[in-house]
Design a protein around this ligand. Structure first.
Ligand code: HEM
Length: 571
């Protein structure tokens, strides 16, 4: 056999040629792939822009009125206004119960007509593949709840799509904890917390004004901790001290979430390592999130360590979460339980507190309403007075039965109408969908503007006035065609409501019974013992109006200072 040998210099030349061709093949492959991806991206962007443009033409062709969008980057752009809820209300008064506007190329339809809102909610209920909560780009509104409720981020009840089977499972699993009967059984604990708050306010005295919104947040925080998870945070015991720190932490955490929701670029910027910490507020955000999630993590661990208890004996939200199964015998993973537990504080604390705050504020501004509330409480034997320094205790029937304290309950409803604390929610049309006489094109954001529905002339006579007696009519929640308005062409359909502070359907507020029992108990306890006077530094009603902000909830900016004047011999 002859051996074939290759000279070393030939070998080296061959290897070099081979190497070079490999490099150039790889380079070509990279260039081709990158070009294909870039072309695909450009095609997707164009397709998306084209579909938005088509949708805009479709809406215009159907005669849906259009609100001026203006330049979204201008300093005075409407959507940058702090009282954003009032922008939708003004536009609704001018353009009617349905109109659309564009942010850049993106189309948003605002709906406040009760009949159309009813249809949207009905479709979303039955067909989540047609209308659902928006997630991700370009509407990452609900995504911030995932980041704010556990680490690493996990979805939770409010942020999951209805089409996600997990949503149904969790909602069904915890619903018994929120049933009106179950919540009624918590009355004694709620009353105890409301009385604790009243005792602290009395100690505070009336000379010094107190931020009543902050005090009520402590109260709601304690109620959710106690009723939901058998844990007493005791924030009401020490309103200004360490007891209330947990409550303030939740508020700070919510503020980060809301800022991210209003400007979705912020969370992205925070992840960029080369941007200065101070500019992205990274350190501050990390510090608040660590405090917030640490506190809620400890609570979730505490609930977990108690194990699964008999639901007859412990009907708290926490125990219901412990009984939840992913599959047969496969319990809810801890991380998911943590995020679900957290969302009840995020969704329930500020909302309930602001609802009571606005009611107390409105009563303080309407002496004739305050007189009537006091008279009703007096006749029920609940008012503190010179003759009755120690009245009877508020009972479960007082708080729960519509026959008891009807005027006070009407006052609370009217306050929720005028200050609908959750003023708007967002949904997305995932397919073209017929709503009334309109076809809403796929990809359009739908803003269900409950605040505008509650506060425009098309739906309420004398809508700008605080008139609690309108709720003494048992049918008052139903939508009715008002003569001379755009609602006049609708029929009086008994299912359609013009009052939806908690929304309706499968994504309505699961905490409604708890919120209602809490704000009735707290308002009755406080108004039977005190009269509330707006502090001078608030600048009167005009000052309060100027500091009213939309921060996912309608709330007083920073604080609402009031003097809490004890009733009794001095009055
Ligand atoms: C006055 C007080 C309250 C008001 C006005 C209110 C209002 C609302 C509204 C309008 C929604 C729908 C949000 C959306 O779809 O984007 C909602 C959802 C929710 N609320 Fe409330 N809420 C209140 C109190 C509470 C309380 C006390 C809790 C629990 C402790 C709670 C827990 C929730 C949860 C978990 C959801 C999400 C439900 C789901 O998507 O299935 N809320 N609330």
């Amino acid at each position: 056999m002859t051996e074939v040998s290759i000279a070393p210099e030939v070998w080296a030349r061959l290897a070099h040629a081979w190497d070079g061709s490999l490099t150039s093949t790889a380079t070509i492959l990279v260039i081709v792939t990158a070009s294909l991806l870039a072309a695909k991206l450009v095609a997707v962007i164009f397709q998306q822009l084209w579909s938005y443009e088509k949708a805009h033409k479709q809406l215009a062709a159907q005669g849906v009125p259009r609100a001026p969008s203006g330049n979204p980057f201008a300093p005075d752009a409407p959507w940058k206004r702090e009282d954003l809820h009032r922008v939708g209300q003004d536009d609704c008064e001018k353009l009617g119960g349905i109109f659309y506007f564009r942010i850049l190329w993106f189309n948003c339809v605002q709906i406040s007509d009760p009949w159309l809102m009813h249809e949207v909610l009905a479709v979303a209920n039955k067909h989540p593949e047609v209308i659902d909560k928006p997630r991700g780009f370009p509407l990452p509104i609900y995504d911030c709840f995932d980041r704010g409720t556990s680490n690493p981020p996990q979805p939770c009840l409010i942020s999951t799509k209805s089409a996600d089977p997990w949503h149904k499972a969790v909602r069904r699993g915890v619903a018994p904890a929120f049933s009106p009967d179950n919540i009624r059984n918590s009355f004694d604990a709620i009353l105890e917390i409301a009385e604790r708050l009243a005792a602290r306010l009395r100690e505070q005295g009336s000379d010094q004004a107190i931020d009543i919104d902050g005090a009520l947040q402590c109260e709601s925080f304690d109620v959710i901790g106690r009723i939901g998870f058998n844990h007493d945070f005791n924030a009401t015991e020490n309103l200004l001290g360490p007891g209330a720190e947990g409550c303030r932490t939740i508020k700070e955490g919510c503020a980060i979430g809301v800022n991210d929701m209003r400007n979705p670029v912020r969370p992205v910027l925070r992840t960029l390592p080369f941007l200065p910490e101070a500019w992205t507020h990274r350190r501050k955000v990390r510090e608040v999130q660590a405090r917030l999630l640490g506190m809620l993590h400890s609570l979730a661990k505490e609930v977990q360590s108690r194990g699964r208890r008999d639901l007859e004996k412990d009907a708290s939200i926490g125990n219901h979460l412990m009984h939840l199964h992913r599959r047969e015998r496969d319990p809810l993973p801890f991380a998911r339980m943590w995020s679900e537990l957290s969302i009840f504080f995020m969704a329930g604390m500020e909302t309930t507190a602001h609802a009571i705050t606005w009611a107390l504020y409105l009563v303080s501004q309407h002496p004739e309403v305050e007189r009537r509330v006091a008279q009703e409480l007096d006749e029920a034997g609940l008012l503190v007075s010179a003759q009755r320094p120690n009245p009877r205790k508020l009972s479960r029937e007082d708080a729960c039965s519509p026959q008891h304290l009807p005027y006070l309950k009407a006052v609370l409803k009217e306050a929720q109408r005028m200050y609908s604390v959750a003023p708007l929610v967002v949904r997305k049309a995932l397919q073209d969908v017929r709503i009334g006489q309109y076809t809403i094109p796929a990809g359009t954001a739908m803003i269900l503007h409950v605040f505008a529905m509650h506060n425009t002339s098309a739906n309420y006579e004398r809508h700008a006035e605080f008139l609690p007696e309108r709720w003494l009519d048992a049918e008052a929640e139903k939508a009715r065609p008002l003569p001379g308005t755009s609602s006049a062409h609708h029929t009086a359909d008994s299912k359609v409501k013009r009052f939806l502070p908690f929304l309706s359907g499968n994504r309505s507020c699961i905490g409604m019974s708890l919120a209602q029992l809490n704000y009735t108990t707290a308002a009755a306890t406080l108004l039977s013992r005190f009269s509330f006077r707006l502090a001078d530094d608030m600048g009167g009603p005009a000052g309060v109006r100027a500091k009213e902000v939309y921060f996912v909830t309608i709330q007083p900016k920073e604080r609402l200072n009031m003097h809490v004047v004890p009733r009794g011999p001095a009055l």
